[in-house]
Design a protein around this ligand. Structure first.
Ligand SMILES: NC(=O)c1ccc[n+]([C@@H]2O[C@H](COP(=O)([O-])OP(=O)(O)OC[C@H]3O[C@@H](n4cnc5c(N)ncnc54)[C@H](O)[C@@H]3O)[C@@H](O)[C@H]2O)c1
Length: 249
């Protein structure tokens, strides 16, 4: 398999992340089908894609895309409540809520619907792939694809591989992500841990900063100042956490 073999994308779960992932692929020219559980969920997904804070109307308003180009991007995205709509997908990205059992059910149902050579990717924030892969027959075509919010514009994607992941699948998905303007990093799955690279480091820093403030060692403001002036961080841990929260819809 090569990146050229991936021509059509499926996204399962059109929430905050799924809508951004769909938009990232459609914006780069790929046809995308989003599958969610109800018409209402799909309506919300479409609204997020077309009129949400990180959606097409915003980019048009900011002068980054012409209206007719935005319409063309929107036209590349279709919506379905039936997983049968994934029959033509070469890559399916799962973005349902962070619940191991739910994800496993979804993988088994998706695998039954897709072509044998299709790649199934999970956007789990941190569940070890070693557990999730048990729900699948084709472990070699399963990969972690951890995007960051807002997925349409954040460049980082963590590509997580298990001992069974095919090196071809890892390479092909990495090239695909580069083609759509992302910066993938490769991360080895680590059973018994939660989180991959960026979240583990981010939340470790936040946790330590909160412990310092709770112990009365320094104020939150001074902790932020320490990291900016002492280490040249662009913002302190509390400021980073606030920015992270503000970025959510
Ligand atoms: N929100 C973030 O910042 C963020 C960042 C990176 C990764 N993630 C991960 O991405 C995944 C999705 O998170 P989110 O924030 O987009 O959640 P969300 O709640 O916004 O969206 C989940 C969507 O999945 C749909 N869904 C539920 N069950 C389904 C099923 N059986 N089939 C199809 N669709 C189903 C829901 O209707 C909803 O639209 C989680 O694993 C989360 O940990 C989230």
């Amino acid at each position: 398999m090569q990146a050229d073999d991936i021509r059509s994308i499926g996204v399962v779960g059109g929430g905050v992340m799924g809508s951004g992932i769909a938009l990232a692929f459609a914006g780069a020219g790929y046809p995308v089908v989003v599958v969610d559980i109800s018409d209402e969920a799909l309506r919300d997904c479409r609204r997020r894609i077309e009129a949400g804070r990180h959606g097409l109307s915003t980019v048009v308003r900011n002068g980054e895309l012409a209206r007719d180009e935005a319409d063309a991007v929107a036209g590349r995205i279709s919506y379905a409540t039936d997983l049968a709509a994934l029959a033509e997908a070469d890559l399916v990205v799962e973005a349902v809520p962070e619940d191991e059992e739910l994800k496993k059910q979804v993988f088994a149902a998706v695998e039954a619907m897709v072509k044998g050579e299709a790649v199934i990717a999970t956007n789990t924030s941190g569940i070890a792939l070693a557990s999730l892969v048990q729900a699948l027959d084709r472990a070699d075509r399963f990969i972690g694809m951890h995007w960051f919010h807002p997925a349409v514009s954040r460049p980082l994607v963590e590509l997580v591989y298990t001992p069974e992941t095919s090196p071809e699948v890892l390479d092909a998905t990495a090239v695909l992500l580069e083609r759509i303007g992302k910066h993938p990093i490769r991360v080895k799955d680590m059973p018994g841990t939660y989180g991959f690279v960026a979240n583990r480091i981010f939340y470790a820093a936040i946790h330590e900063a909160q412990t310092i403030v709770e112990a009365g060692i320094a104020t939150a403001e001074d902790v932020d100042t320490a990291m900016k002036l002492g280490y040249g961080w662009p913002a302190g841990p509390f400021e980073m956490l606030q920015r992270h929260r503000d970025g959510r819809e």
